[in-house]
Design a protein. Structure first.
Length: 271
């Protein structure tokens, strides 16, 4: 077991500082800040610096990209509830699976869990970058399932720009972790193939994320203004479900995809 009460306390304090800063910068709402403190304390506290670096890279890059705005992105706001300050559910969907792997690492004491942890973050970063950069694109994305044109920002819509962004996100997130390993001895200096396995699993997971988003995620039409939305309610009333499963929202899709990326990475390195 790798529990160090001092490190957990340091992780808790650092998480509070980062969450409050993000709250002030409007990247997180109040519940999102609470989620970030929870996820941050688990990951910093149990994993230390090597776990903290890729998490910070994901969080800071995602928050920065979400500040990029143009007319295409503003237009797509009516389809998605992902824009604006992140809520607890959104933070937990992106950081929860990684935290599960950090806990497994702390309990088992085996560094191989770090590969799964990193894949979870690579997936979360890929999805975030694809969304935030892809929505800036002026051209219409297509459905990952039918390849028919789709409205920008809707789950399951993919674009060339978004896909390149998600590939870049997996590689940069992986590289940030690989650099961090140079400054500690908690994680071995594995051959590069192990690191690419994490990035690859994250990228595959982000494709799965789009497929799940296209096929299973609930899509709704507002009974008042007629707008299509991923939110269950619009114009302060319940919207009509036109597609997908009501229980599966974007947060559920993100959580499942990130978790499966971690499992896939472990499966790759174990076989
Ligand atoms: Zn409405």
């Amino acid at each position: 077991m790798l529990f160090d009460i001092i490190r957990i306390l340091i992780g808790f304090v650092l998480s509070i500082i980062i969450a409050l800063t993000a709250h002030r910068l409007k990247s997180l709402n109040r519940s999102g800040a609470f989620g970030a403190i929870l996820v941050g304390t688990i990951i910093f506290g149990l994993g230390g610096i090597t776990f903290a670096v890729p998490l910070l890279f994901f969080f800071i890059s995602g928050s920065t990209l979400s500040m990029l705005q143009n007319s295409s992105k503003r237009r797509s706001q009516k389809y998605t509830i992902r824009l604006g300050p992140r809520t607890f559910a959104q933070v937990f969907a992106n950081g929860g699976p990684a935290a599960v792997f950090a806990i497994a690492y702390a309990i088992k004491g085996n560094p191989i869990w770090f590969v799964g942890y990193l894949a979870c973050l690579c997936e979360a970063a890929a999805d975030t970058w694809a969304t935030e950069i892809g929505m800036l694109s002026k051209s219409s994305p297509v459905s990952i399932v039918s390849f028919k044109p789709m409205p920008t920002g809707q789950s399951g819509a993919i674009s060339l720009m978004g896909t390149v962004a998600s590939l870049a996100a997996t590689l940069f997130t992986m590289a940030s972790a690989r650099i961090a390993v140079n400054f500690t001895d908690s994680i071995p200096h594995w051959p590069i193939s192990i690191w690419f396995a994490a990035a690859y699993a994250g990228f595959v997971g982000s494709i799965l994320d789009s497929v799940l988003g296209a096929v299973f995620q609930g899509l709704y039409r507002c009974r008042n203004c007629g707008k299509i939305t991923e939110d269950k309610s619009h114009c302060s009333q319940k919207a009509a479900r036109i597609k997908g499963i009501g229980l599966i929202n974007n947060d559920a899709v993100n959580f499942i995809s990130s978790l499966l990326s971690g499992v896939l990475a472990l499966w790759i390195v174990a076989t």
